[in-house]
Design a binder for this molecule. Structure first.
Ligand code: GTP
Ligand code: MG
Length: 264
């Protein structure tokens, strides 16, 4: 979204027209009002107002579709979770573990979001779940996130009335997916200990909007300098209310706690 950013109230604004007092919404982005107008080529941003209008229309359309998705899920009695993370944090591995743990207990559906390939979807097949693959590179502009119209498309390929739980693996990206309500009831993220303690501060939008953070790959802690207390303090700074589950999708540690959160 460049320097245009969406507020919690749904409005979109450009940083050229910042009002004082709104800086807490985007402290992760550079403050162009105060320095380095001479840095970089900003000539592409002359049409600010038009861009705002276009983005507001995109978000309005998305929110409308998200509402529609949620209504369809509610009508079928399906609880949906939007699972996000940077690439390789362990979403798919955690989902494999989750399907194993819930086999015979809950009827689970998966929407597998990727830019390209069926690699992740294939890993989730044969585990008694309905899997709907969504490649954003096939008709959705290769987007780096899922949005609600895409998920609506994927939902049409699932028998919702035969599901209890829908897990949506978003495209691996720590920024874009957080901006789009896909119509899920809860938002979850995986943060791997290999990514460093500073990520909640550097990518606050996603960390701020999730209900639970699965801190994954704790089996690697003996080999890393990762400071768990510092990570948790950084997370608390941007999102004091998030549940935290320390896990290893490899060894299975914490997976029961995650499954309990999901079922709850
Ligand atoms: N050591 C260790 N490796 C893990 C763990 N979880 C996942 N991995 C490995 O990390 C790599 C990436 O895992 P994925 O599950 O594919 O990650 P992802 O978030 O689905 O990746 P994208 O879909 O590309 O965004 C794989 O090689 C996994 O085997 C873990 O808890 N510990
Ligand atoms: Mg994956």
């Amino acid at each position: 979204m460049g320097r245009f950013h969406r507020h919690d109230d749904g409005t979109v604004h450009s940083h050229e027209h910042d009002e004082p007092g709104h800086h807490h919404h985007h402290e992760h982005e550079p403050d162009h009002a105060h320095h380095h107008d001479d840095v970089g080529d900003h000539s592409g941003y002359q049409t600010g107002l038009e861009r705002i209008e276009v983005l507001e229309a995109i978000f309005a359309e998305n929110d409308h579709a998200a509402l529609h998705n949620r209504e369809a899920l509610d009508a079928a009695g399906v609880a949906a979770v939007n699972l996000m993370s940077s690439p390789g944090s362990g979403k798919t591995t955690l989902l494999v573990r989750t399907l194993e743990a819930l086999a015979g207990k809950k009827r689970v559906g998966i929407v597998e979001g990727d830019i390209e390939t069926a690699l992740d979807a294939d890993k989730l097949r044969g585990l008694a779940a309905q899997v709907s693959l969504l490649n954003t590179g096939a008709g959705f502009g290769g987007e780096c996130h899922l949005d609600a119209p895409m998920v609506a498309h994927a939902l049409r390929k699932l028998r919702l009335d035969e599901l209890d739980l829908l897990l949506i693996e978003n495209v691996g990206n720590l920024v874009c997916p957080a901006e789009f309500d896909v119509g899920a009831h809860r938002r979850a993220m995986v943060a791997s200990v290999t990514e460093g303690e500073d990520k909640p501060l550097k990518y606050p939008v996603m960390f701020r909007t999730v209900d639970v953070v699965v801190v994954n790959k704790i089996d690697l802690l003996p080999y890393l300098d990762f400071d768990m207390e510092l990570f948790l303090a950084n997370l608390r700074q941007v999102n004091p209310g998030a549940a935290v589950i320390q896990a290893s999708a490899k060894t299975g540690a914490g997976v029961q706690e995650w499954v309990k959160w999901l079922v709850g």
